[in-house]
Design a protein. Structure first.
Length: 262
């Protein structure tokens, strides 16, 4: 796309060597049409592709397609585990994930949490999205905090029959305003009663994404594409040639038109 844009702009500049209305309009339209929409995941941009889905880091199987991560662990790239109970880093194919091979179970033996720090702009609004599920038939409650968003509760969909390999993931979306140049995104389990009743598993999170709200993709109206196509068609005409054609059009048209009374 960048190569095409450069060729179009170079061609436009070669046609319009002075400040002309058509030149300015054409260049503006090309820039609009070829400008990429930006909806990047700040987590992946900061820590590497897959960081938001817990894919990066050295996974050592504890014996059942999961790895126990204690409080303070930074085994997963970018993420820090909190407590008091730590979390389980679970893996496909035994444990179902929303994307990739890994996900996070927010209950290991008791309440656990996991957090990541991302660069932000003070006062900027951000979109936070993630997927949640549960391997439990009872524990599904969690909370997320980020900037102005404080302990926002969420609930994963519970299945009557425990389906570890194919849980029902649901997408969740929140917004927050950054209070500083760095923002901590924190997820924690908030079970009711004992963490291990009815089982020692809790809400699962996966595919975490953060992007600036103002960077949401904006669809380009079809009429703008038509305008752009029409302006590109003007590439074969310089402003002088175009004005000359318009100036002589009435005389040429009259020479080929005749009228006779009926």
């Amino acid at each position: 796309m960048k190569t095409i844009a450069k060729r179009l702009i170079d061609a436009a500049l070669s046609r319009f060597t002075h400040k002309s209305f058509f030149g300015a309009l054409l260049l503006s339209t090309i820039c609009i049409l070829v400008s990429p929409t930006v909806d990047a995941n700040i987590i992946d941009d900061t820590y590497g592709s897959g960081a938001g889905s817990f894919e990066n880091g050295t996974f050592v199987d504890s014996g059942g397609y999961y790895m126990v991560l204690p409080v303070g662990s930074t085994t997963i790239t970018g993420w820090t585990v909190g407590g008091p109970g730590g979390v389980d880093w679970v893996s496909a194919p035994y444990f179902g994930t929303n994307s990739g091979l890994r996900a996070i179970d927010l209950i290991e033996s008791s309440v656990g949490s996991i957090s990541i720090v991302i660069p932000t702009i003070i006062g900027q609004t951000y979109d936070l999205s993630f997927y949640t599920a549960t391997y439990s038939t009872g524990n599904a409650l969690g909370a997320v905090s980020a900037g102005s968003l404080v302990n926002k509760t969420f609930s994963a969909p519970i299945s009557l029959i425990q389906d570890i390999s194919n849980p029902n993931y649901a997408p969740l979306n929140f917004q927050f305003m950054a209070n500083g140049t760095d923002t901590t995104i924190n997820f924690m389990s908030t079970p009711t009663g004992s963490s291990c009743l009815p089982d020692c598993v809790g809400p699962i999170i996966d595919t975490v994404s953060v992007s600036a709200a103002s960077q949401a993709s904006i669809p380009i109206p079809s009429t703008l594409w038509l305008v752009g196509a029409g302006l590109v068609g003007l590439f074969g005409f310089s402003p002088r040639k175009l004005s000359g054609s318009i100036r002589h059009w009435p005389r040429r048209a009259m020479s080929t038109w005749s009228w006779s009374p009926s």
